[in-house]
Design a protein around this ligand. Sequence first.
Ligand SMILES: [Zn+2]
Length: 161
Amino acid sequence: MATALLASSCVTPLTLECRSRCGTQVVAGPDGYLPDHQGSLWSCDTLQLAEDKFLPLVAEQFPNACEELKVRVAFNEGPYWEFPAGRRISGIARCWNHSIELSSKVIYESSYAHEMLHILQNCEDVLPVDHGLDSSHADWRRNGFLDIISKWKADMKEELE
Ligand SMILES: [Zn+2]
């Protein structure tokens, strides 16, 4: 599957026309940036693959997840960007306008699953805060979100390498 996907000349590059079956749509990042397929592995096809690998992992907790993934996704150039308070981040979710931004990290290291979990959780802080986490990820350990992210990354890596 992975070999066929990458070796195929039919891979659809990532463009503003890309839209997943659940309705995740690509929008331009800063300066109209879109990651190039060679560097990041993001394409229309891998955007769909990301969704296909994500949905089964969240099906138990979010049976209507597909409905919630009508999300606009923009990409930033570089693996990280500066965030206020001196933090460097590689993704952000904005639940108020149903959008996420991802860095150009290779897809299986990206924060796609992380940001989509924020969207599914409507960016709510589900207190109390699990040990070692902050309030915006308060329940992510006890509710299995950290495991979901690890599993998604492993599944994507297996498909794409
Ligand atoms: Zn987060």
